[in-house]
Design a protein around this ligand. Structure first.
Ligand code: F0G
Length: 427
């Protein structure tokens, strides 16, 4: 039975009902989302930080992982049960050109595309698959826009557990589909979108005793928190003014706020950074709710070139909203053109990321222009996935072949004769 180093339990976000960790459970009987809660009353924040500092740069062992370094706030399991690929330990880059573009002087980009399977999902997955092992799961499943499935298939392969993937047919980036197949996941392309796949996988897991590894699983969120821990450790625990995070199924930003709440409770940080969640304008249910101060309503036919976040009915919207309110945060939306132009800048800075990731830069720029983020504030944007995940988006932008999106900063390939003169002319 997994637990944390401190007494812990699952607790419903809606009705506060508590459950022990003995049995597999993803939601409350009332339908509410569950949090893994821990009693930090006896914890010593300073001791924890000094432990984490000692582990920084370890060459091997589970604590060399950028997730399990923080194991006290992740999951309390013996080393032998942990399935890890030394995930995390990703770089925090000065945004360079992308910072100028956004109009922010102190802008850092945390590149989660440098994880073992090329996306931030590996952080939640190491924890989720470890929990699957502890619960003796023989098979795991997820619905995915591509990155979760790539990550799950790889970690399941490492653990020797069978994996089943539900993806919207023909609608995920090629690199991600390739990974799912390569790592040996049973890949079921369903006739529907991500939201349909998400509904289906929840039903299947309940009925067929398969362990669900979407971020509705509270252990996924626990692992995901480590992005935030690691950024703060990289900054010597100095808290930036803002975190800017792309939003799809809304697990990642929920994990950020949970991580910050725990660090705050432990007295490790006293300042609370503001969280900005950025959605694509064609898949913007949280933005619409936030902007209009209306009840949550799903978007029926979400559409965006950032296929990773083409989600109309995000499962974690309540957790997300809780964190945004707690951090005095905001929600913004960005257009297709804004996403791809910001991506061109992230790529041209020599950093590179997939389209959904670049919502953080496009969103930061928009929030600066709106006067919400000030130019002098320190901002950390999260790049969630690797540039190679979606080569079609790159090539089509640079050859100006995207429908309704201009190749504003296109760097198109030139065909020339194989002669010195032709090269000189091209230079
Ligand atoms: N960026 C990328 C590259 C993603 O793959 C995702 C989500 C997000 C951002 C949004 O994060 O869902 O926590 O708000 N991808 C999921 C998947 C849905 O199936 O791979 P979120």
């Amino acid at each position: 039975m997994p637990s944390s180093a401190f007494p812990s339990w699952l607790e419903c976000l809606t009705c506060s009902r508590k459950y022990d960790l003995g049995k597999v459970r993803y939601t409350c009987d009332c339908g509410g989302l569950l949090d893994l809660k821990r009693d930090l009353g006896k914890a010593d924040g300073r001791k924890l930080v000094s432990l984490w500092e000692k582990r920084w740069g370890l060459k091997s062992g589970v604590e060399s992982s950028g997730v399990w370094r923080y194991r006290e706030l992740i999951l309390d399991v013996p080393d032998s049960k942990i399935i890890t690929k030394q995930e995390g330990n990703t770089r925090l880059y000065p945004a360079g050109r992308a910072g100028k573009y956004a109009g922010i002087k102190n802008f850092l980009l945390k590149h989660e595309g440098e994880n073992p399977t090329g996306s931030f999902k590996d952080r939640g997955m190491t924890c989720g698959i470890t929990a699957a092992g502890i619960y003796n799961a023989k098979c795991v499943a997820c619905a995915s826009t591509g990155n979760t499935s790539a990550s799950m298939a790889a970690y399941a392969a490492t653990a020797g557990i069978k994996s089943v993937i539900f993806i919207p047919s023909g609608k995920i980036a090629y690199g991600k589909l390739a990974q799912a197949l390569a790592y040996g996941g049973l890949t079921l392309q369903i006739d529907g979108n991500f939201d349909d796949a998400m509904t289906l996988v929840q039903e299947i897991c309940g009925k067929l005793n398969i362990y669900l590894l979407n971020s509705i699983n509270p252990f996924r969120i626990e692992g995901q928190k480590a992005i935030c821990f690691e950024i703060l450790q990289q900054l010597d625990w100095k808290v930036p003014d803002w975190f800017v995070i792309p939003g799809g199924n809304l697990g990642n930003n929920s994990a950020f706020s949970k991580a910050l709440m725990e660090l705050h409770e432990l007295g490790i940080i006293d300042k609370i950074p503001r969280i900005a969640v950025i959605q694509a304008s064609g898949a913007n249910p949280l933005y619409t709710m936030w902007k209009n101060n209306k009840p949550f309503a799903p978007v029926k036919n979400p559409e965006t070139i950032a296929t990773a976040i083409k989600i109309g009915n995000p499962v974690s919207w309540e957790k997300s909203l809780r964190g945004i309110k707690w951090s005095n945060g905001v929600v913004e939306q960005v257009t297709e053109q804004e996403i791809m132009d910001a991506k061109a800048m992230v790529d041209a800075a020599g950093i590179g990321a997939e389209p959904a990731s670049c919502c953080s830069v496009a969103g930061a720029k928009k929030l600066v222009e709106a006067g919400i983020i000030s130019k002098d504030e320190s901002v950390v944007g999260i790049l969630t996935g690797n540039v190679l995940k979606d080569p079609d988006a790159v090539i089509n932008y640079h050859t100006d072949q995207l429908k309704n999106i201009k190749g504003t900063f296109a760097n198109s390939p030139k065909s020339i004769k194989a002669t010195l003169e032709a090269v000189k002319a091209a230079l």
